[in-house]
Design a protein around this ligand. Structure first.
Ligand SMILES: [Zn+2]
Ligand SMILES: [Zn+2]
Length: 348
């Protein structure tokens, strides 16, 4: 066991505080990573606050991790000491079911192991990236290309892949009209990626407050959804709508914006069911879909794509002692567009 320093939650309501916990020994196929940067994802806050079920405290969250390989097990072939690497939302899966075999570990029939608040193979609760080191099976460790500024790599491991995977699956590209609902951490990556893939991109946001940002990030058009005229003007327009908003939205109204054979895919969701009128789907043979992060091979493809196209998230780097304030700002949607913690500032 190796003791690591962390910024951990001790309850659903108390501020995160410095602490330590034990990582497992580096096994034959394991990689020990010295973490440099950790992104703050809204999921971190939902998990700690108990919004998504039971939590065992103390818990260290964080599933957008970028760091340097510090040690490798004797059977590791894909990574070596000194490499720039990343870890996202998964640290293990069964590797045997049909979905794992097809490279879609995120849909493992036996359930993948979450990077934090999951149950590890030794039965212990997994602990995430707001910490100095992590030990991960090499299959779940990604290579971070040199062309990606290191502090900006971390958010790609959740926000990046979560938006890249549906864009690729539904063939966002030249000649396709793609709309992105919400311009937050996920939405701003969806805009950049869809633009780089060659699609015509429209942002659908509550107001025009972030319009200049949206256009600068690569959107061709920007509409306010608070204006009812948006829904008549854009009726039957889009091949793909990526919904990044986790608050309830009027799904029928958005479905009406889909063109022939269009799909709306949600990557964020409210806890309660969303009503859909099936007659809205009959028109234009529309599809109503969901998507969850992305597989390991696809995550590597996304990182390589970002390096090739010079794409990276817009980040605000913070110190460890700013994490609690940053969480409040995430809850208030007051971040453009992702907080990244400088792990070197964790108290000794
Ligand atoms: Zn996340
Ligand atoms: Zn599996």
């Amino acid at each position: 066991m190796t003791a690591v320093r962390a910024f951990a939650a001790t309850s659903a309501t108390d501020p995160l505080a410095p602490g330590t916990f034990q990582r497992r020994e580096v096994g034959p196929k394991d990689v020990l990573i010295e973490i440099a940067w950790a992104g703050i994802c809204h999921s971190d806050i939902h998990t700690v606050r108990g919004d998504w079920g039971q939590v065992q405290y103390p818990l260290t969250v964080g599933h957008e991790i970028a760091g340097i390989v510090a040690q490798v097990g004797p059977e590791v072939t894909g990574h070596k000491v000194g490499d720039r690497v990343g870890v996202g939302c998964m640290v293990d899966s069964c590797r045997e079911c049909a979905n794992c075999a097809a490279g879609h570990e995120q849909y493992c029939h036996n359930g993948f192991t979450d990077t934090y608040n999951g149950v590890d193979r030794d039965g212990r609760i997994t602990q995430g990236g707001y910490s100095t080191h992590i030990v991960v099976d090499e299959h779940f460790v990604l290579r971070v290309p040199e062309a990606i500024p290191f502090e900006k790599a971390a958010p790609l491991l959740c926000a990046g892949i979560t938006t890249y995977s549906p864009l690729r699956h539904w063939n966002a590209g030249p000649g396709k009209k793609v709309a992105v609902v919400g311009l937050g951490g996920l939405g701003h990556m969806a805009v950049k990626l869809a633009h780089a893939l060659g699609a015509e991109v429209t942002v659908l946001s509550q107001s025009l407050r972030k319009r200049d940002d949206g256009l600068r990030l690569g959107a061709d058009h920007y509409y306010a959804t608070s204006d009812p005229a948006t829904f008549t003007e854009l009726a039957n327009t889009f091949d793909l709508i990526v919904n990044t908003v986790s608050a309830p939205i009027d799904m029928d109204a958005y479905l009406g914006l889909l063109a022939l054979h269009g799909t709306i895919v949600s990557v964020g969701a409210p806890p309660e069911p969303v009503p859909v009128t099936l007659f809205t789907l009959f028109e234009n043979r529309r599809s109503f879909a969901g998507s969850k992060i992305g597989g390991i091979a696809e995550t590597q493809e996304m990182l390589d794509f970002c390096a090739e196209h010079g794409i990276a998230p817009e980040v605000e780097v913070i110190r460890a002692d700013q994490i609690n304030a940053a969480w409040e700002r995430v809850l208030a949607s007051d971040v453009r567009y992702r907080f990244v913690i400088d792990i070197s500032t964790l108290p000794a």
